[in-house]
Design a protein around this ligand. Structure first.
Ligand code: PMP
Length: 442
């Protein structure tokens, strides 16, 4: 770090500075790690007067926080020496058993020995990518896909190829054709990354028939599936969907998380993997962090053992259902003609498409000055797609704020349509650059 010659103190580059003394020394993979220009905008968007339809933050206020507090105090008092000690690289054995009980609700029969507890499912994504991807290897992903996964794939220099998706999830024909074309051109496909249920960002769910087709196509082509399922238990109608992993134990790595069914602050997620992959995952986990926090693992274990967690998930489902309903009825009532959107049956997100000639990224600064924020669609594509899309989340704002946010957004879009109709195009998309939103927006 450069030294201040008068005081001998290290000088950190000022925030926002483009001068980086280390730029020539970074590993090639660091070029894929860039802060987003829209982050600055989102720091404005977090002001209370702005309705944020951008963030993917679970509504943890709905938890019995006093009960969680007592549970944590009790844990330290009774099991402090274990809870505050290093743990195993694979994760607490009892918690891994409990995770198998949770997964059974989605049709998965698993052995706790094949589960690795990770720092959120985000770390599981990182470890899987680390053990499978060499620079240039192909990862298939829905278009659009989860921004945090795309960031990880980019950090490991994967070549992400998108598979077309519609209101019923991945289009199997597109998957089969893409695999065929890539293989014919001599590419190595390392895995298909998919969020089949209540997808982030599109809010759509892969239907049951297509689940079987996707499994068959991947099995035939020998493509591993990474099934990311943080929202699976947050369906608004009926029982949880059967997971891909439930029907194929050997060809699927399943990622789960307590971030949305309990709280992301514990940072407890997991991977359930075929045995050989599980061994690699444990080694990768140890090299990354030695072991996950014993403290938060035991706290989650204690919560599952002593609290009515299924009831709590029901509370979350009802809360998010009401917010989804509010968003859909507000969109219906207020959006100008030509704007379309998905109708999620669970999860946190609606994916909206703007009319021809409009660009969501160009619209964002105007929206923020009208006190509403969303995430522009381009962040969810590795190939520059998504210019006319926006992700609208309903998980965090109260229903009346959702209504007000949609009203403000509709006004901005209407105004933009008038600009388009007068000048032939909406605002220039060049005002802001690449977006890789941070954790609170993921
Ligand atoms: N996958 C998806 C699809 C997500 O939406 C998120 C969080 N927004 C994650 C993984 C990461 O979640 P966590 O690390 O909190 O488990």
């Amino acid at each position: 770090m450069p030294q201040d010659k008068d005081h001998g103190q290290a000088i950190a580059p000022t925030q926002g500075s483009r001068i980086d003394a280390y730029v020539d020394r970074y590993a090639a993979r660091a070029t894929g790690m860039v802060a987003s220009e829209i982050r600055a905008l989102f720091s404005v968007a977090s002001r209370p007067e702005v309705v944020s339809l951008a963030g993917g933050m679970p509504y943890v206020t709905a938890l019995p926080l006093d009960v969680v507090g007592e549970l944590v105090a009790d844990l330290v008092a009774r099991r402090g020496p274990v809870a505050l000690q290093y743990g195993s690289g694979q994760g607490d054995p009892h918690l891994r058993e409990q995770i198998c009980d949770v997964m059974r609700l989605e049709g998965i029969e698993a052995n706790a020995d094949d589960v690795v507890v990770t720092v959120g499912s985000q770390q599981a994504l990182d470890l899987i990518t680390r053990i499978f991807i060499d620079p240039g290897d192909v990862v298939l992903a829905e278009g659009p896909s989860y921004v945090g996964a795309l960031g990880t794939f980019s950090a490991y220099q994967a070549n992400v190829i998108h598979i077309a998706m519609d209101s019923e999830g991945i289009v199997p024909e597109s998957l089969a054709q893409t695999i065929y074309a890539l293989k014919s051109a001599g590419n190595r496909i390392k895995f298909l990354y998919t969020i089949p249920t209540f997808q982030n960002p599109a809010g759509v769910t892969l239907n049951a028939a297509r689940r079987q087709q996707v499994l068959e196509i991947c099995q035939r082509a020998d493509v591993l599936i990474v099934e990311d399922n943080p929202y699976g238990m947050l369906g608004f109608d009926g029982e949880p969907m059967r997971t891909l992993r439930a029907d194929n134990a050997e060809g699927v790595v399943y990622l789960g998380s307590f971030s949305k069914t309990l709280a992301p602050g514990f940072r407890v997620g997991w991977a359930l993997a075929p045995h050989a992959v599980r061994e690699k995952l444990v080694l990768a986990m140890e090299s990354a962090v030695l072991s996950h926090s014993s403290f938060t693992q035991l706290a989650v274990g204690q919560y599952l053992a002593t609290q009515p967690w299924r009831e709590q998930i029901k509370t979350f489902r009802e809360l998010y259902r009401e917010r989804r309903d509010t968003m859909l009825t507000s969109l219906e009532a207020l959006m100008p003609a030509g704007v379309t959107w998905t109708r999620p049956a669970g999860g946190f997100f609606v994916w909206a498409t703007l009319p021809e000639g409009l660009d969501s990224k160009a619209l964002l600064p105007r929206a923020v000055s009208e006190r509403v924020a969303f995430v522009p669609g381009t962040g969810f594509f590795a190939d520059g797609g998504g210019a006319r899309n926006m992700r609208l989340s309903y998980c965090y704002p109260e229903p009346d704020r959702i209504r007000e946010g949609v009203r403000r957004l509709a006004g901005v879009i209407e105004q933009e349509l008038r600009v388009r109709d007068t000048f032939g195009t909406g605002s220039s998309p060049d005002r802001i650059g690449v977006d890789t939103p941070g954790p609170d927006l993921a």
